[in-house]
Design a protein around this ligand. Structure first.
Ligand SMILES: *Cc1c(COP(=O)(O)O)cnc(C)c1O
Length: 422
Protein backbone atom coordinates (compact mmCIF):
# COMPACT_ATOMS: atom_id res chain seq x y z
CA UNK A 1 0.00 0.00 0.00
CA UNK A 2 1.34 3.41 -1.00
CA UNK A 3 0.94 6.24 1.48
CA UNK A 4 3.44 8.81 0.18
CA UNK A 5 0.81 11.46 -0.55
CA UNK A 6 -0.78 11.12 2.88
CA UNK A 7 2.65 11.31 4.51
CA UNK A 8 3.62 14.46 2.62
CA UNK A 9 0.28 16.09 3.36
CA UNK A 10 0.54 15.12 7.00
CA UNK A 11 4.00 16.69 7.34
CA UNK A 12 2.72 19.94 5.91
CA UNK A 13 -0.44 19.84 8.04
CA UNK A 14 1.69 19.37 11.15
CA UNK A 15 3.32 22.74 10.53
CA UNK A 16 -0.10 24.39 10.48
CA UNK A 17 -2.37 22.53 12.88
CA UNK A 18 -1.62 20.92 16.24
CA UNK A 19 -0.77 17.31 15.43
CA UNK A 20 -1.71 18.00 11.81
CA UNK A 21 -5.41 17.47 12.51
CA UNK A 22 -8.57 19.31 13.49
CA UNK A 23 -9.74 16.68 15.96
CA UNK A 24 -7.27 14.60 17.97
CA UNK A 25 -8.46 11.04 17.30
CA UNK A 26 -7.86 11.53 13.58
CA UNK A 27 -4.13 11.61 14.25
CA UNK A 28 -3.68 7.80 14.43
CA UNK A 29 -1.30 8.22 17.34
CA UNK A 30 -2.63 5.28 19.33
CA UNK A 31 -2.04 2.96 16.39
CA UNK A 32 1.40 4.34 15.55
CA UNK A 33 0.72 5.42 11.98
CA UNK A 34 0.37 8.44 9.77
CA UNK A 35 -3.29 9.39 9.19
CA UNK A 36 -4.73 8.76 5.75
CA UNK A 37 -5.79 11.89 3.92
CA UNK A 38 -9.15 11.30 2.32
CA UNK A 39 -9.91 12.66 -1.11
CA UNK A 40 -13.47 11.47 -1.54
CA UNK A 41 -15.99 8.90 -0.42
CA UNK A 42 -18.91 7.07 -1.95
CA UNK A 43 -21.19 4.40 -0.49
CA UNK A 44 -19.17 2.27 1.93
CA UNK A 45 -15.81 3.28 0.45
CA UNK A 46 -13.21 5.93 1.21
CA UNK A 47 -10.66 6.96 -1.38
CA UNK A 48 -7.41 8.44 -0.08
CA UNK A 49 -4.95 10.82 -1.73
CA UNK A 50 -2.69 7.92 -2.76
CA UNK A 51 -5.57 6.27 -4.60
CA UNK A 52 -6.15 3.52 -2.00
CA UNK A 53 -9.72 2.45 -1.44
CA UNK A 54 -11.03 1.43 1.97
CA UNK A 55 -14.18 -0.18 3.28
CA UNK A 56 -15.13 2.38 5.90
CA UNK A 57 -16.49 1.53 9.36
CA UNK A 58 -15.81 4.93 10.90
CA UNK A 59 -18.54 6.59 8.83
CA UNK A 60 -17.33 10.02 9.97
CA UNK A 61 -17.78 8.79 13.57
CA UNK A 62 -21.46 8.07 13.16
CA UNK A 63 -23.25 10.43 10.76
CA UNK A 64 -22.87 8.17 7.73
CA UNK A 65 -25.81 5.83 8.30
CA UNK A 66 -26.81 5.98 4.61
CA UNK A 67 -23.22 5.67 3.42
CA UNK A 68 -21.15 8.41 1.85
CA UNK A 69 -22.50 10.86 -0.71
CA UNK A 70 -26.00 9.44 -0.92
CA UNK A 71 -27.25 10.76 -4.29
CA UNK A 72 -30.57 12.08 -2.95
CA UNK A 73 -28.93 13.94 -0.07
CA UNK A 74 -26.19 15.33 -2.29
CA UNK A 75 -28.67 16.57 -4.89
CA UNK A 76 -30.82 18.33 -2.28
CA UNK A 77 -27.76 19.96 -0.76
CA UNK A 78 -26.62 21.10 -4.20
CA UNK A 79 -30.03 22.65 -4.88
CA UNK A 80 -30.08 24.33 -1.49
CA UNK A 81 -26.62 25.84 -2.05
CA UNK A 82 -27.91 27.58 -5.16
CA UNK A 83 -30.47 29.38 -2.99
CA UNK A 84 -27.90 30.83 -0.60
CA UNK A 85 -25.60 29.46 2.06
CA UNK A 86 -26.79 31.30 5.14
CA UNK A 87 -29.27 34.05 5.97
CA UNK A 88 -29.19 34.53 9.74
CA UNK A 89 -32.98 34.65 9.63
CA UNK A 90 -35.66 31.99 10.08
CA UNK A 91 -36.37 29.51 7.28
CA UNK A 92 -39.13 26.98 6.60
CA UNK A 93 -36.55 24.23 6.68
CA UNK A 94 -35.73 24.71 10.36
CA UNK A 95 -39.38 24.16 11.26
CA UNK A 96 -39.57 21.20 8.90
CA UNK A 97 -36.54 19.51 10.47
CA UNK A 98 -37.77 20.30 13.99
CA UNK A 99 -41.11 18.71 13.16
CA UNK A 100 -39.47 15.57 11.78
CA UNK A 101 -37.35 15.25 14.90
CA UNK A 102 -40.28 15.70 17.26
CA UNK A 103 -42.28 13.20 15.25
CA UNK A 104 -39.51 10.62 15.76
CA UNK A 105 -38.80 11.60 19.38
CA UNK A 106 -41.95 12.92 21.03
CA UNK A 107 -40.07 13.67 24.27
CA UNK A 108 -38.50 16.60 22.40
CA UNK A 109 -41.54 18.83 22.74
CA UNK A 110 -39.46 21.88 21.88
CA UNK A 111 -35.97 22.00 20.52
CA UNK A 112 -33.11 24.17 19.30
CA UNK A 113 -30.79 23.57 16.37
CA UNK A 114 -27.10 24.21 16.98
CA UNK A 115 -23.86 23.35 15.18
CA UNK A 116 -22.10 20.60 17.13
CA UNK A 117 -22.77 17.96 19.74
CA UNK A 118 -20.50 19.84 22.11
CA UNK A 119 -22.67 22.92 21.78
CA UNK A 120 -25.89 20.92 22.14
CA UNK A 121 -24.87 19.29 25.42
CA UNK A 122 -23.35 22.46 26.84
CA UNK A 123 -26.57 24.33 26.08
CA UNK A 124 -28.83 21.57 27.41
CA UNK A 125 -26.95 21.54 30.71
CA UNK A 126 -27.33 25.31 30.94
CA UNK A 127 -31.09 25.00 30.31
CA UNK A 128 -31.33 22.33 33.02
CA UNK A 129 -29.49 24.57 35.48
CA UNK A 130 -31.62 27.56 34.56
CA UNK A 131 -34.81 25.56 34.95
CA UNK A 132 -33.94 23.96 38.27
CA UNK A 133 -31.94 26.82 39.77
CA UNK A 134 -29.37 24.20 40.84
CA UNK A 135 -25.64 24.00 40.06
CA UNK A 136 -24.49 20.40 40.32
CA UNK A 137 -24.55 17.85 37.52
CA UNK A 138 -23.80 14.12 37.41
CA UNK A 139 -22.04 12.35 34.55
CA UNK A 140 -20.62 8.87 34.10
CA UNK A 141 -17.00 7.92 33.84
CA UNK A 142 -16.20 7.02 30.23
CA UNK A 143 -19.19 8.83 28.74
CA UNK A 144 -18.23 11.65 26.40
CA UNK A 145 -20.39 14.72 26.02
CA UNK A 146 -18.22 17.00 23.90
CA UNK A 147 -15.36 19.22 24.96
CA UNK A 148 -17.01 21.97 27.00
CA UNK A 149 -15.08 22.84 30.18
CA UNK A 150 -17.47 21.46 32.78
CA UNK A 151 -17.74 18.08 31.08
CA UNK A 152 -14.05 17.31 30.56
CA UNK A 153 -13.90 15.66 33.90
CA UNK A 154 -12.58 12.57 35.57
CA UNK A 155 -13.62 11.32 38.96
CA UNK A 156 -12.12 13.09 41.97
CA UNK A 157 -10.41 11.24 44.78
CA UNK A 158 -13.71 9.87 46.07
CA UNK A 159 -17.04 9.34 44.37
CA UNK A 160 -18.55 12.17 46.40
CA UNK A 161 -15.95 14.79 45.66
CA UNK A 162 -16.30 17.16 42.73
CA UNK A 163 -14.68 16.15 39.44
CA UNK A 164 -11.11 16.94 38.43
CA UNK A 165 -10.39 18.49 35.00
CA UNK A 166 -9.39 15.87 32.45
CA UNK A 167 -7.78 18.47 30.21
CA UNK A 168 -5.27 21.25 30.49
CA UNK A 169 -6.75 24.74 30.40
CA UNK A 170 -9.78 23.90 32.53
CA UNK A 171 -9.82 25.63 35.92
CA UNK A 172 -10.59 23.23 38.78
CA UNK A 173 -13.39 25.58 39.80
CA UNK A 174 -15.18 24.84 36.48
CA UNK A 175 -15.50 21.17 37.30
CA UNK A 176 -16.24 21.36 41.01
CA UNK A 177 -19.97 20.99 40.33
CA UNK A 178 -19.52 17.95 38.10
CA UNK A 179 -19.98 14.71 40.03
CA UNK A 180 -18.84 11.48 38.42
CA UNK A 181 -20.63 8.14 38.79
CA UNK A 182 -19.82 4.72 37.31
CA UNK A 183 -21.81 3.44 34.35
CA UNK A 184 -24.10 0.51 35.20
CA UNK A 185 -23.37 1.04 38.91
CA UNK A 186 -26.56 2.04 40.70
CA UNK A 187 -24.88 2.30 44.07
CA UNK A 188 -22.50 5.01 42.82
CA UNK A 189 -25.50 7.03 41.63
CA UNK A 190 -27.47 6.48 44.83
CA UNK A 191 -24.52 7.61 46.95
CA UNK A 192 -24.25 10.87 45.00
CA UNK A 193 -27.98 11.56 45.20
CA UNK A 194 -28.08 10.74 48.89
CA UNK A 195 -25.36 13.32 49.51
CA UNK A 196 -26.42 16.06 47.05
CA UNK A 197 -29.82 15.12 45.60
CA UNK A 198 -31.52 18.48 46.13
CA UNK A 199 -28.60 20.34 44.51
CA UNK A 200 -28.39 18.30 41.30
CA UNK A 201 -29.71 20.10 38.22
CA UNK A 202 -29.06 17.40 35.71
CA UNK A 203 -27.87 13.83 35.23
CA UNK A 204 -26.32 13.23 31.81
CA UNK A 205 -25.87 9.83 30.28
CA UNK A 206 -25.18 8.23 26.94
CA UNK A 207 -28.05 5.71 27.08
CA UNK A 208 -25.75 3.36 25.21
CA UNK A 209 -22.20 4.41 25.97
CA UNK A 210 -20.26 4.57 22.72
CA UNK A 211 -17.21 6.65 23.59
CA UNK A 212 -15.40 4.08 25.73
CA UNK A 213 -16.08 1.57 23.02
CA UNK A 214 -19.69 0.41 22.99
CA UNK A 215 -21.02 -0.42 26.46
CA UNK A 216 -24.67 -1.42 26.84
CA UNK A 217 -26.86 -0.33 29.72
CA UNK A 218 -27.66 -3.32 31.90
CA UNK A 219 -31.26 -4.41 32.40
CA UNK A 220 -33.09 -1.77 34.42
CA UNK A 221 -30.21 0.70 34.62
CA UNK A 222 -31.86 3.42 32.52
CA UNK A 223 -35.21 2.91 34.28
CA UNK A 224 -33.37 3.33 37.58
CA UNK A 225 -31.87 6.63 36.35
CA UNK A 226 -35.35 7.79 35.30
CA UNK A 227 -36.73 6.92 38.72
CA UNK A 228 -34.00 8.49 40.87
CA UNK A 229 -33.87 11.73 38.85
CA UNK A 230 -37.67 12.08 39.02
CA UNK A 231 -37.53 11.50 42.77
CA UNK A 232 -35.05 14.36 43.28
CA UNK A 233 -36.47 16.79 40.69
CA UNK A 234 -33.30 16.40 38.62
CA UNK A 235 -33.42 16.76 34.84
CA UNK A 236 -32.56 13.50 33.05
CA UNK A 237 -30.55 14.26 29.91
CA UNK A 238 -30.01 11.52 27.34
CA UNK A 239 -27.04 12.37 25.17
CA UNK A 240 -28.13 10.65 21.98
CA UNK A 241 -25.60 12.33 19.71
CA UNK A 242 -24.55 8.84 18.58
CA UNK A 243 -27.64 6.74 19.33
CA UNK A 244 -30.21 9.18 17.92
CA UNK A 245 -31.50 7.79 14.56
CA UNK A 246 -28.89 5.03 14.91
CA UNK A 247 -30.75 2.57 17.14
CA UNK A 248 -33.93 3.36 15.24
CA UNK A 249 -35.86 6.52 14.43
CA UNK A 250 -36.74 6.98 18.09
CA UNK A 251 -33.15 6.55 19.29
CA UNK A 252 -32.19 4.77 22.50
CA UNK A 253 -35.17 6.30 24.32
CA UNK A 254 -37.59 4.39 22.12
CA UNK A 255 -35.37 1.30 22.04
CA UNK A 256 -35.32 1.05 25.82
CA UNK A 257 -38.67 2.73 26.46
CA UNK A 258 -37.47 5.55 28.72
CA UNK A 259 -38.62 9.16 28.33
CA UNK A 260 -35.85 11.61 29.29
CA UNK A 261 -36.51 15.27 30.13
CA UNK A 262 -33.91 16.54 27.68
CA UNK A 263 -32.18 14.95 24.69
CA UNK A 264 -29.19 15.94 22.61
CA UNK A 265 -28.71 14.83 19.00
CA UNK A 266 -25.96 15.36 16.44
CA UNK A 267 -24.07 13.21 13.93
CA UNK A 268 -26.90 11.54 11.90
CA UNK A 269 -29.29 14.46 12.59
CA UNK A 270 -27.21 16.69 10.30
CA UNK A 271 -26.84 14.09 7.56
CA UNK A 272 -23.10 14.79 7.34
CA UNK A 273 -23.26 18.55 7.84
CA UNK A 274 -22.46 20.40 11.09
CA UNK A 275 -25.79 20.32 12.88
CA UNK A 276 -26.87 19.22 16.34
CA UNK A 277 -29.99 19.55 18.46
CA UNK A 278 -31.04 19.90 22.06
CA UNK A 279 -34.59 19.74 23.25
CA UNK A 280 -37.11 18.20 25.56
CA UNK A 281 -39.87 19.16 27.95
CA UNK A 282 -41.49 22.40 26.94
CA UNK A 283 -41.27 23.97 30.39
CA UNK A 284 -37.50 23.45 30.41
CA UNK A 285 -36.97 24.64 26.85
CA UNK A 286 -39.09 27.74 27.47
CA UNK A 287 -36.36 28.88 29.88
CA UNK A 288 -34.15 29.52 26.83
CA UNK A 289 -33.83 33.06 25.38
CA UNK A 290 -35.69 34.94 24.02
CA UNK A 291 -38.58 33.40 26.02
CA UNK A 292 -36.54 32.78 29.14
CA UNK A 293 -33.35 33.87 30.83
CA UNK A 294 -30.99 31.08 29.72
CA UNK A 295 -28.87 32.58 26.97
CA UNK A 296 -27.89 30.54 23.93
CA UNK A 297 -27.34 31.72 20.37
CA UNK A 298 -25.58 30.88 17.09
CA UNK A 299 -24.75 32.76 13.89
CA UNK A 300 -24.99 29.65 11.73
CA UNK A 301 -27.53 27.70 13.80
CA UNK A 302 -30.23 26.10 11.67
CA UNK A 303 -28.12 26.75 8.59
CA UNK A 304 -30.09 26.06 5.38
CA UNK A 305 -27.56 23.63 3.92
CA UNK A 306 -27.24 21.64 7.15
CA UNK A 307 -31.01 21.51 7.68
CA UNK A 308 -31.42 20.34 4.08
CA UNK A 309 -28.98 17.47 4.63
CA UNK A 310 -30.71 16.61 7.92
CA UNK A 311 -34.21 16.63 6.42
CA UNK A 312 -33.09 14.55 3.43
CA UNK A 313 -31.38 11.97 5.66
CA UNK A 314 -34.21 11.65 8.17
CA UNK A 315 -36.80 11.49 5.38
CA UNK A 316 -34.93 8.63 3.71
CA UNK A 317 -34.68 6.79 7.02
CA UNK A 318 -38.41 7.27 7.62
CA UNK A 319 -39.26 6.01 4.14
CA UNK A 320 -36.96 3.01 4.42
CA UNK A 321 -37.25 1.81 8.00
CA UNK A 322 -36.10 -1.62 6.82
CA UNK A 323 -32.61 -0.08 6.84
CA UNK A 324 -32.48 -0.58 10.60
CA UNK A 325 -32.99 -4.34 10.38
CA UNK A 326 -30.49 -4.56 7.55
CA UNK A 327 -27.70 -2.69 9.29
CA UNK A 328 -28.33 -4.61 12.49
CA UNK A 329 -28.01 -7.92 10.61
CA UNK A 330 -24.72 -6.79 9.10
CA UNK A 331 -23.39 -5.69 12.47
CA UNK A 332 -24.46 -9.03 13.96
CA UNK A 333 -22.47 -10.82 11.28
CA UNK A 334 -19.38 -8.81 12.22
CA UNK A 335 -19.92 -9.43 15.92
CA UNK A 336 -20.29 -13.17 15.30
CA UNK A 337 -16.79 -13.22 13.84
CA UNK A 338 -15.30 -12.53 17.25
CA UNK A 339 -17.89 -13.92 19.65
CA UNK A 340 -16.72 -16.63 22.06
CA UNK A 341 -13.06 -16.21 21.24
CA UNK A 342 -10.58 -16.26 24.03
CA UNK A 343 -9.07 -12.83 24.72
CA UNK A 344 -11.80 -11.03 22.79
CA UNK A 345 -15.05 -9.46 23.91
CA UNK A 346 -17.63 -7.87 21.67
CA UNK A 347 -20.46 -5.53 22.64
CA UNK A 348 -23.18 -4.80 20.13
CA UNK A 349 -26.56 -3.15 19.98
CA UNK A 350 -28.23 -2.48 16.63
CA UNK A 351 -25.58 -1.34 14.17
CA UNK A 352 -23.13 -0.20 16.87
CA UNK A 353 -20.38 -2.54 17.96
CA UNK A 354 -16.94 -2.66 19.55
CA UNK A 355 -14.35 -5.39 19.77
CA UNK A 356 -12.30 -5.40 22.98
CA UNK A 357 -9.18 -7.42 23.67
CA UNK A 358 -9.90 -8.67 27.15
CA UNK A 359 -11.40 -11.74 28.82
CA UNK A 360 -13.56 -9.63 31.13
CA UNK A 361 -17.13 -8.71 30.23
CA UNK A 362 -17.02 -5.01 29.32
CA UNK A 363 -19.73 -3.21 31.30
CA UNK A 364 -18.15 0.03 32.47
CA UNK A 365 -15.10 2.24 32.12
CA UNK A 366 -12.73 0.04 34.13
CA UNK A 367 -13.53 -3.11 32.19
CA UNK A 368 -13.30 -1.20 28.89
CA UNK A 369 -9.91 0.12 29.98
CA UNK A 370 -8.77 -3.46 30.65
CA UNK A 371 -8.67 -4.00 26.89
CA UNK A 372 -5.15 -4.48 25.55
CA UNK A 373 -4.61 -1.44 23.32
CA UNK A 374 -1.41 -2.89 21.81
CA UNK A 375 -3.47 -5.77 20.46
CA UNK A 376 -6.04 -3.27 19.25
CA UNK A 377 -3.27 -1.48 17.33
CA UNK A 378 -2.25 -4.78 15.66
CA UNK A 379 -5.90 -5.47 14.86
CA UNK A 380 -6.25 -2.00 13.34
CA UNK A 381 -3.14 -2.54 11.21
CA UNK A 382 -4.29 -6.00 10.14
CA UNK A 383 -7.62 -4.56 9.00
CA UNK A 384 -5.92 -1.66 7.23
CA UNK A 385 -3.58 -3.99 5.37
CA UNK A 386 -6.69 -5.76 4.12
CA UNK A 387 -8.36 -2.60 2.88
CA UNK A 388 -10.61 -2.04 5.87
CA UNK A 389 -10.74 1.23 7.78
CA UNK A 390 -11.83 0.92 11.42
CA UNK A 391 -11.46 3.50 14.18
CA UNK A 392 -7.81 4.20 15.04
CA UNK A 393 -8.62 3.83 18.74
CA UNK A 394 -9.98 1.09 20.96
CA UNK A 395 -12.46 3.37 22.64
CA UNK A 396 -14.70 4.04 19.66
CA UNK A 397 -17.53 2.29 17.95
CA UNK A 398 -17.64 0.48 14.64
CA UNK A 399 -20.50 1.89 12.54
CA UNK A 400 -22.36 -0.07 9.89
CA UNK A 401 -24.26 1.79 7.17
CA UNK A 402 -26.99 1.02 4.68
CA UNK A 403 -24.34 1.25 1.97
CA UNK A 404 -22.21 -1.63 3.27
CA UNK A 405 -22.61 -4.42 0.73
CA UNK A 406 -23.06 -7.98 1.95
CA UNK A 407 -19.90 -8.90 0.13
CA UNK A 408 -17.89 -6.21 1.92
CA UNK A 409 -19.34 -7.17 5.29
CA UNK A 410 -18.46 -10.82 4.72
CA UNK A 411 -14.98 -9.87 3.66
CA UNK A 412 -14.67 -7.82 6.84
CA UNK A 413 -15.97 -10.66 9.02
CA UNK A 414 -13.39 -13.01 7.45
CA UNK A 415 -10.69 -10.49 8.15
CA UNK A 416 -11.72 -10.20 11.82
CA UNK A 417 -11.84 -14.00 12.06
CA UNK A 418 -8.34 -14.29 10.58
CA UNK A 419 -7.04 -11.90 13.19
CA UNK A 420 -8.86 -13.68 16.01
CA UNK A 421 -7.34 -17.01 15.03
CA UNK A 422 -3.81 -15.74 14.50
C1 LIG B 1 -19.67 13.08 19.22
C2 LIG B 1 -20.34 13.25 20.54
C3 LIG B 1 -20.48 14.51 21.15
C4 LIG B 1 -19.82 15.73 20.62
O1 LIG B 1 -20.26 16.09 19.37
P1 LIG B 1 -19.34 17.05 18.45
O2 LIG B 1 -20.22 17.32 17.27
O3 LIG B 1 -18.11 16.26 18.14
O4 LIG B 1 -19.04 18.26 19.24
C5 LIG B 1 -21.25 14.59 22.30
N1 LIG B 1 -21.82 13.50 22.84
C6 LIG B 1 -21.69 12.29 22.29
C7 LIG B 1 -22.36 11.12 22.92
C8 LIG B 1 -20.92 12.11 21.13
O5 LIG B 1 -20.74 10.89 20.64
Amino acid sequence: MHTEQSETLYKKACTLMPGGVNSPVRAFRSVGRTPLFIRSAKGDRLLDEDGNEWIDYVCSWGPGILGHAHPVVVEKVRQAALDGLTFGAPTKKETELAELIRHCMPSMEKLRLVNSGTEAVMSAVRAARGYTGRDKIVKFRGCYHGHSDGLLVKAGSGALTGGVPDSGGVPASYTEHTLVASYNDRQSVEDIFRAYGEEIACLLVEPVAANMGVVLPEEGFLAFLREITARYGTVLLFDEVITGFRLGLGGAQAYYGIRPDLTTLGKIAGGGMPLAVYGGRQEIMDCVAPLGEVYQAGTLSGNPIATTAGIATLSLLMEHTEIYEEIEAKAALLAAACQNRRGMWVNRVGSLLSVFFTDEPVRDYDSAASSNTDIYASYFNHMLENGIYVAPSQFESMFVSAAHSEEDVERTADCIRDFAMA
